[in-house]
Design a protein around this ligand. Structure first.
Ligand SMILES: Cc1ncc(COP(=O)(O)O)c(C=O)c1O
Length: 482
């Protein structure tokens, strides 16, 4: 890691790269931002990117690629069978995880579909530190259920615990004793636990869960989509691992898990996905689903160009200069917001800065989609597009009642190497203004509500005329500023 001391003031996160290709941005006037938000059904997923200033929706497929990744795309081998591109990707996965077998799939949820098809059936129970939206949807679609066995501290929004994504071993043992190992197709750990604020999992926990699963004959699966940030935290927060090379860590994970899968829209900074394993039986149980759902085994529904970029991206994910950038920027964003009194999840994790919407808008009821309302308000105030991670992202119970999320978070994702510190400071400034004016923000209600993953396509409307009041307050305080 770059060890750079500053002569004056506090050190800043210092990028170990420079920018050579840029994309022009526009910032619409506040009235147009409000109109765009209303046109989008108050759902940031439905905004047009041309209306967005800083796109902090996600890091999925939006990380900046390196010159070497782009160059590698030119050597892609299009052969349907026996493609050299596949071999290069397989070599990269073997280098990273020490695994023999690779099943390519077009993105993370496609890997989850294959895992669910191969191993989940009616009545299956899948224990995991915390669910991810697509993971849970695939498991429940097959008649299984998800049991979250996160440590209690994981749901404590403001904590000093360095690894809030850890599984609680006592809860795991209790659950296995209750439902029986034979009903558990696999235990899943999600590295860099997305929905609780990108919180990491410790190496100690990976080891403990693996040993327990082996003792019970249960498969152990790691979702490594957010592994990059998690690696940084293992290196910097876990005393016992501080002298391990990154590749030693990833190879140990490859030994601890039976199966690792990931979205390469995140890990590897490309657009794709993969499942890797050393277990021939498990590989064969999953293999048939790749040509059925994805494409031939050598490309799994991905463009070979993306596979080349992904292979290089995986090697680059073992470079501390690269992996430190995003968590350090997220820390800086989080510190800036906290200094201005804006409530955020602590400690800062990976993926993005997570604003605690419940503390931001204590006057709103959860039935009015607190985090969704905050996401809409932030866009109106700043042109920054975040993502609701709260009740809107939950699915209703089978009887139609609302399932309230454990946390109402607004995620402001920082795709790797994309935003500058001044852009982060701008976003923090507008959020601070919004926090001062938080009493103006009202709730949302659904006007169109899909049954599955409603947060993607659902349309909502503001309860009352709060958006107009927000626009008027903006004009009062900022004059003719954008
Ligand atoms: C932890 C985790 N698992 C799985 C997925 C699904 O990956 P994809 O979006 O590539 O389908 C995501 C995507 O955000 C994720 O964060």
């Amino acid at each position: 890691m770059a060890n750079v001391k500053f002569f004056s003031g506090n050190p800043l996160p210092l990028e170990m790269h420079k920018t050579r290709t840029v994309q022009k941005l526009t910032l619409l006037p506040v009235e147009q931002r409000r109109d765009a938000m209303l046109d989008a059904g108050c759902n940031t997923f439905l905004l047009q990117n041309r209306d967005v200033f800083l796109d902090m929706l996600t890091d999925s497929g939006t990380n900046a690629m390196s010159d070497k990744q782009v160059a590698a795309m030119m050597q892609a081998d299009d052969s349907y069978a026996g493609s050299e591109t596949f071999v290069r990707l397989q070599d990269a996965c073997t280098h990273m995880f020490g695994t023999k077998f690779l099943l390519p799939a077009h993105q993370g949820r496609a890997c989850e579909n294959i895992l669910a098809e191969a191993f989940v059936s009616e009545g299956s129970v899948v224990p995991m530190n915390f669910h991810f939206t697509t993971t849970k949807a695939h498991i429940t679609r097959k008649g299984g259920s998800v049991e979250e066995i996160l440590i209690d501290e994981g749901l404590n929004i403001n904590s000093t615990h360095p690894f809030k994504g850890d599984i609680d071993m006592a809860k795991l043992e209790e659950l296995v004793a209750k439902v029986g190992a034979e009903n558990i197709p696999f235990v899943r750990i999600e590295a860099g636990t997305n929905l609780i604020g990108g919180q990491p999992v410790s190496m100690e926990n990976f080891r403990a869960v693996s040993a327990f699963c082996r003792s019970k004959g249960i498969r152990f699966v790691i979702d490594a989509s957010l592994l990059c940030d998690n690696l940084y935290f293992i290196k910097t927060r876990e005393e016992a691992c501080k002298d391990m090379d990154l590749v030693e860590i990833t190879r140990e994970l490859g030994c601890l898990a039976d199966i690792i899968y990931f979205s390469a829209r995140k890990l590897g900074c490309a657009r794709g996905g993969a499942i890797v394993t050393n277990n021939r039986t498990m590989f064969e149980a999953m293999r048939e689903f790749v040509p059925l759902f994805e494409g031939f085994l050598t490309y799994g529904g991905m463009s070979v160009r993306e596979m080349e970029a992904m292979a290089v991206g995986l090697y680059e994910s073992l470079d501390m200069d690269f992996i430190m950038q995003a968590p350090q920027f997220i820390q800086a964003f989080s510190d800036e917001l906290q200094a201005k009194g804006v409530p955020v999840v602590t400690p800062a994790g990976g993926l993005g800065c997570h604003v605690n919407a419940s503390a931001f808008l204590p006057h709103l009821d959860q039935s009015q989609y607190i985090a969704g309302a905050l996401a809409a308000a932030v866009f109106v105030a700043s042109g920054v597009r975040g993502m609701e991670r709260g009740t809107m992202s939950e699915q209703r119970e089978p009887d139609g009642t609302e399932r309230f999320a454990e946390m109402e978070l607004l995620r402001l994702a920082l795709p790797k190497r994309v935003f500058s510190l001044s852009q982060i400071k701008y976003a923090a400034d507008r959020l601070a203004w919004l926090f001062e004016n938080r009493s103006l923000i009202g709730g949302l209600r659904y006007v169109e509500e899909p049954q599955i993953m409603r947060f993607f396509f659902g349309r909502l409307e503001p309860v009352g005329d709060w958006m107009d009041k927000l626009v008027a307050a903006f004009r009062r305080d900022f004059g003719d500023s954008l």
